[in-house]
Write a protein that binds this ligand. Structure first.
Ligand code: THU
Length: 156
């Protein structure tokens, strides 16, 4: 698979990816985002087909807000530590808006996603909406963060 694939219609995605986007979309409804009003959902598919979801959770102390991506990754690490992550999908919308908003994961989440790949010694796909009707499927999280800081940097 290429590093990045672009799909101009969600229907062009493979069924598994479409399903995961659908689960991410549902999860965005559980966001707690009274400050940004930007509701994000993330869904992960594990090696055995288990699907886990997360949503962004904000706080009046703004720096404590956590993105949907990290919520679902830490859930996977806690509830299914022995299972590999195969795929992640992200979906977002603004409060009271039906149409999806593009949401490309922030740098902090890319850093965390990348270390999850390192932990399981295997990349996982990341699917998100880049702009209106432009879905991106990345072969790995690390491709979203070249020259990522890794744990071996601490010891070299
Ligand atoms: N957010 C996510 O949850 N994931 C992203 O990919 C981008 C941003 C959240 C963080 C914050 O609660 C709100 O969206 C606005 O930045």
């Amino acid at each position: 698979m290429k590093e990045f694939e672009i799909f101009y219609d969600i229907e062009e995605l493979d069924n598994e990816s479409k399903y995961l986007v659908h689960k991410a979309k549902e999860a965005a409804n559980f966001a707690y985002a009274p400050y940004s009003k930007f509701h994000v959902g993330a869904a992960i598919m594990l090696e055995d087909g288990t699907v886990l979801t997360g949503s962004n959770q904000e706080n009046a102390s703004y720096p404590l807000c956590i993105c949907a991506e990290r919520v679902v990754l830490y859930t996977a690490a806690t509830q299914h530590p022995e299972k590999q992550i195969m795929k992640m999908a992200i979906s977002a919308h603004r409060k009271n808006h039906k149409e999806l908003s593009p949401a490309s994961s922030c740098g902090a989440c890319r850093q965390v996603m990348s270390e999850f790949e390192e932990r399981q010694n295997k990349p996982f796909e990341v699917i998100f909406l880049k702009s209106k009707n432009e879905w991106i499927k990345c072969a790995s999280a690390e491709s979203l963060l070249p020259f990522v800081f890794k744990r071996n940097n601490l010891h070299e």
